[in-house]
Design a protein around this ligand. Structure first.
Ligand SMILES: [Zn+2]
Ligand SMILES: [Zn+2]
Length: 328
């Protein structure tokens, strides 16, 4: 047989190409348990990432620039590399960043943009970076030995509070959730942390009097960390002793009732996000433990308010040198 025509190789390549095209729309049920249930079209700021499926080192593809910006935002590409715009080239820095991301989220470390990795990247999440100054990584396995089996992390320098009674204020502007409901949600969220520490949280009506200031904001809101509209980044908070806890006002927040039965596919449980952000307020950074409340992402229509052993160990270890801060 002479070369040309539909040789077995060409057929094989065509079949491989078909697989590549089919992968991004594979059903969520084909994904490992626990991954976000994202069914295209999933309209959020990161949904275009699904078009990058199959990208690997050496590729030049439209959309890689936006993904680099994402990786930079969460600390995976160093600040220095962000001078000027990113390009569309899948370079060595990007491959390394993706490997670190995959390690942090407990995914297969392939360095490629496979479906599982992209699905995780598109999941709604906290705006706080996973890697700070290239040092504070969630999946810092060298630290696992030092801390037992914990995968919790702190902010650089391990900042913490030096007083046990913290006052919080809730601003009700930019939200249709009424004050009584907000008070109940945050009282329950703070109680999760006071149950495992000696912290005592009290609400105050005066923001100027508060250690912790909670509010809903949309887009740019004065802290150089703009929110991005529905889904994408849900909220962020600052390390001790800053005290600012910000929620994206454009989310479909569920403050009452069963979020798992919410009519909106993009419903997000306010209490779950509150428990996570209070963890930051107290000094915890992100954890690689998927069941922990300090895991960076939260599925829509999901409630996750119970502190996992990793969260408890993290907060108690942070304050153990501060007398009377934790229950022995
Ligand atoms: Zn967070
Ligand atoms: Zn903010």
């Amino acid at each position: 047989m002479v070369s040309g025509g539909a040789s077995p190789l060409v057929v094989l390549l065509a079949a491989a190409a078909a697989v590549l095209i089919v992968l991004p729309v594979s059903p969520a049920s084909a994904l490992p348990a626990g991954l976000p249930d994202i069914k295209p079209p999933f309209s959020n700021t990161w949904s275009a990432f699904k078009n990058l499926s199959g990208s690997h080192f050496g590729d030049e593809r439209r959309g890689l620039e936006k993904l680099k910006d994402y990786l930079w935002h969460f600390g995976y590409i160093p600040e220095a590399a962000a001078s000027g715009r990113f390009n569309e080239l899948f370079d060595a820095d990007m491959e390394l960043a993706i490997k670190t991301y995959q390690s942090n989220f407990g995914l297969g470390v392939t360095g490629e943009l496979d479906v599982v990795t992209l699905t995780q990247m598109m999941a709604p999440r906290c705006g706080v970076a996973d890697v700070v100054n290239g040092t504070s990584t969630m999946g810092n396995w060298s630290a696992v030995g030092l801390r037992g089996r914990g995968l919790f992390t702190y902010f650089p320098g391990s900042p913490k509070w030096s007083k046990k009674t913290l006052k919080y204020a809730i601003a009700t502007s930019n939200t249709s959730i009424n004050r009584a409901t907000l008070r109940q949600v945050f009282a329950r969220a703070f109680a999760r942390w006071s149950a495992v520490t000696k912290f005592h949280f009290t609400e105050t009506a005066s923001a100027s009097d508060a250690d912790i200031r909670i509010g809903f904001y949309a887009g740019n809101h004065g802290d150089a960390k703009p929110f991005d509209g529905p889904l994408g980044i849900l909220a962020h908070a600052f390390a001790p002793t800053n005290g600012r806890l910000h929620l994206d006002a454009t989310e479909t927040w569920v403050a009452n009732g069963d979020v798992t039965r919410a009519s909106s596919a993009s419903a997000v449980d306010l209490e779950s996000v509150a428990v996570h952000e209070i963890g930051h307020i107290l000094g915890l950074s992100h954890s690689s433990v998927q069941d922990s409340v300090m895991y960076p992402s939260l599925k829509t229509r999901t409630k996750k308010v119970k502190l996992a052993a990793d969260d408890v160990k993290g907060i108690q270890s942070l304050y153990k040198s501060t007398p009377n801060f934790v229950t022995p």
